[in-house]
Design a protein around this ligand. Structure first.
Ligand SMILES: Cc1cc2nc3c(=O)[nH]c(=O)nc-3n(C[C@H](O)[C@H](O)[C@H](O)COP(=O)(O)OP(=O)(O)OC[C@H]3O[C@@H](n4cnc5c(N)ncnc54)[C@H](O)[C@@H]3O)c2cc1C
Length: 318
């Protein structure tokens, strides 16, 4: 059976959570299929973070992120490792390079993956299509393929396999950028909290009506022991930072409780939260699509609902 190559992203010198989730799955695939499993890191991480892998390639942190360079690095590592499978996070990196890598390696490609299973006839991949409105199931033949996986699709856990990866050189040609020029790097806003790790999210949408009502959501989140997140219009209006946005162009979250307040339930939003364990939606419009994915719902004004629930929770706490 062919080898497996996980594409790793460096998050401040650490292997990103999404990359660690892929390593978790790759360890299971290796245990089922045999062969080797390794990483190609776009950037640099401490090799200790790649424990469990058989081999490790790194582009180094002196190279700026550019899709063309990343693509070249992944293709070269895949060829050098004789990899049949390339697993990538469905992040900017995966979206930028996944299809091009598959084309250059001559492999089939599936994007927006959410589940992978090793089967006798190949790799069964569940993936989202049409912005998450439909779920597709595909079997990639044993000859190999490239898959990008939506972060948060399963937890990152270690198998306990403690092997140290052999570091392999990854020389890149001078013209790996293929003429693409990097004009500017805009640092992402450093979010005060990571909404992807919160167990309880109080998520507000355009129904909040204005930033002056954010306090109501913050007070409710504090009473529940949770964190406030939001839909994209709330970010676009400048009421909350982008680090709090849930959805296709924001973060994928899987909390124990997701309170969707004044959020209509557009496919781009649902894509980021529909796998939450418990979804409670509150909306003044009984026909809002958010109710299609909610386990519980209330049709009322969130500006009445938020202080009323906060008060009840505070009463119970005393
Ligand atoms: C490429 C692309 C990427 C995108 N990425 C994202 C993304 O990552 N995340 C995201 O969220 N969106 C994303 N969007 C935008 C998405 O299509 C929707 O426009 C957005 O999710 C709508 O946000 P909303 O539900 O807050 O607002 P609206 O759709 O305007 O809904 C507001 C809801 O509030 C209800 N409401 C109003 N007042 C009250 C009240 N007082 N009490 C109770 N309910 C009230 C209304 O009935 C309505 O259902 C993306 C779009 C595109 C094209």
């Amino acid at each position: 059976m062919g080898h497996i190559l996980v594409v790793g992203e460096s998050d401040g010198g650490h292997l990103s959570e999404a990359s660690r989730e892929l390593v978790t799955k790759a360890e299971t695939l290796r245990a089922t299929w045999g062969g080797q499993m390794g990483l190609v890191v776009i950037g640099r991480v401490d090799p200790e973070e790649a424990r469990g892998a058989d081999f490790l390639y790194q582009t180094g942190d002196d190279i700026p992120y550019m899709p063309t360079i990343a693509e070249e690095a992944i293709v070269r590592a895949a060829r050098d490792a004789d990899a049949a499978w390339v697993l990538m996070p469905n992040t900017t990196l995966g979206l930028d390079t996944g299809a091009a890598v598959a084309y250059r390696l001559g492999y089939p490609f599936v994007g927006y993956g959410t589940a992978l299973e090793a089967e006798a006839e190949g790799l069964r991949v569940r993936s989202q299509v049409y912005g998450g409105k439909l779920v597709a199931e595909t079997i990639l033949p044993l000859s190999g393929g490239v898959v990008t996986v939506i972060p948060g699709s399963w937890p990152a856990t270690r198998s306990g396999d403690d092997r140290s990866p052999a570091e392999r050189p990854l020389p890149l040609p001078e013209d790996a950028d293929k003429g693409m020029e990097l004009l500017e790097v805009v640092e992402a806003e450093t979010g005060d909290v990571d909404i992807a790790r919160a167990d309880i999210l109080v998520s507000v949408g355009r129904g909040l009506q204005g930033p002056e009502n954010l306090d109501l959501a913050e007070e409710l989140a504090a009473a529940l022991g949770g964190v406030v997140s939001c839909s994209r219009p709330v970010v676009d209006a400048g009421w909350m930072p982008r680090s709090r946005q849930v959805g296709k162009s924001g973060k994928t979250v899987k909390p124990k409780l997701y309170l969707a307040l004044g959020i209509s339930g557009a496919p781009e939003h649902l894509q980021g939260m529909k796998d939450a364990e418990l979804i409670v939606a509150v909306n003044s419009d009984a026909s809002a699509p958010i109710f299609d994915v909610a386990h519980y719902g209330a049709v009322c004004d969130i500006l009445d609902f938020m202080p009323a629930l906060t008060e009840k929770l505070q009463e119970r706490a005393t």
